[in-house]
Design a binder for this molecule. Structure first.
Ligand SMILES: Cc1cc2nc3c(=O)[nH]c(=O)nc-3n(C[C@H](O)[C@H](O)[C@H](O)COP(=O)(O)O)c2cc1C
Length: 311
């Protein structure tokens, strides 16, 4: 299989199986990640968590992201995830949401090196598949990612992704790509950079500026799911083949209509539309109509009126 140094970021409420298949259908993406799953909930047998981990063969390679603050539960959930057949496990050390941080999980891991070491060791030793880590630059301006990246490497983690914002920045303010370069220089294992890549040129710029081994793209892929194909084409010096926005939206709708969990699918489409409809003619009106819809079928009926002019 051809190696593509691009990954689709895990995004709760957005990057479900249908969206990941949409990205695969367009092409150009190396690895996709599931939405994050609670290790505690998984070990308690939560059906919601199991649903989050459902995937289809065509999504591979696929990595499942878990979060938690207790090493035994993280290890046990990693085993469960492995048994479902995913290609890798990612540990979340980036989520800044207070509910998660209060449990000492997500970005809170960055303030406790001992806990990091314990969790990383437990998880790596509990599974055979590769384990990666996704982390913030730091909690505030501490640049903990360099230290935590070293710990990850020592514990046998195979790849780290750095979201170049601190947890206190949440999703606002600019990502500081320099920190990605610093982590890359400090580690031997592959380092992916993440944050504020919304065009193919920016993806190339991040690779060149930081020396990173790859780029992870989040919101840029919601606004433009073809960004991977456009970037891969630039890297491979060929012309990209990207469907029109209208074709992309229709395909996503069709994939969602095929999902068992119709309520979840409708919510995923509403969240997606918030990004995808920006900048298209009558985008605000379309977004509004989608938000007021009660079913995917209703959206399917109103869509042609909005997307017929969009290339
Ligand atoms: C709505 C939303 C949900 C997210 N959920 C997750 C998640 O479950 N796990 C995770 O590691 N990061 C999550 N993120 C962060 C993204 O993976 C990514 O690191 C961040 O958006 C920065 O990249 P971008 O500028 O390319 O979007 C989420 C981001 C958004 C906007």
């Amino acid at each position: 299989m051809k190696y593509i140094p691009l990954s689709l970021a895990p995004m709760a409420g957005l990057t479900g199986s249908a969206f990941r298949r949409l990205v695969r259908w367009i092409g150009g993406c190396g690895t996709v990640y599931t939405e994050f799953v609670s290790a505690e909930a998984l070990t308690r047998g939560s059906t919601k968590s199991r649903t989050l981990m459902r995937f289809r063969e065509e999504e591979r390679p696929i990595i499942c992201q878990i979060f938690g603050a207790k090493a035994p539960a993280m290890a046990e959930s990693a085993k469960i995830v492995e048994s479902l057949g995913v290609d890798g496990i990612d540990i979340n050390a980036g989520c800044p949401v207070p509910k998660i941080v209060r449990q000492n999980a997500g970005a809170a891991l960055l303030r406790d090196r001992r806990l990091c070491k314990e969790i990383f060791t437990y998880v790596v030793n509990s599974v055979r598949i590769p384990v990666s880590l996704k982390m913030r630059a730091g909690l505030t301006d501490d640049q903990a990612c360099i230290d935590v990246g070293r710990i990850a490497e020592e514990c046998g983690i195979g790849l780290v992704t750095v979201h170049a914002r601190t947890a206190s920045q949440a999703y606002a303010g600019r990502a500081d790509w320099e920190i990605i370069g610093r982590v890359k220089a400090a580690l031997v294992i592959p380092v992916f950079g993440n944050g504020d890549v919304v065009t193919a040129n920016q993806a190339i710029e991040m690779l060149e500026m930081t020396g990173a081994d790859g780029v992870m793209i989040g919101r840029g892929a919601l606004a433009n799911p073809g960004i991977f194909e456009t970037t891969a084409a630039l890297l491979e010096r060929r012309l990209p083949v990207v469907p029109s926005k209208s074709q992309i939206f229709s395909k996503y709708l069709a994939l969602l209509l095929d999902e068992e969990d119709r309520f979840g699918a409708l919510n995923h489409l509403k969240q997606f539309a918030a990004y995808f409809t920006r900048g298209i003619p009558r985008g605000a009106e379309f977004r509004n109509a989608i938000n007021h819809s009660r079913s995917l079928e209703e959206i399917a009926v109103l869509t042609p009126a909005f997307l017929h002019e969009t290339s």
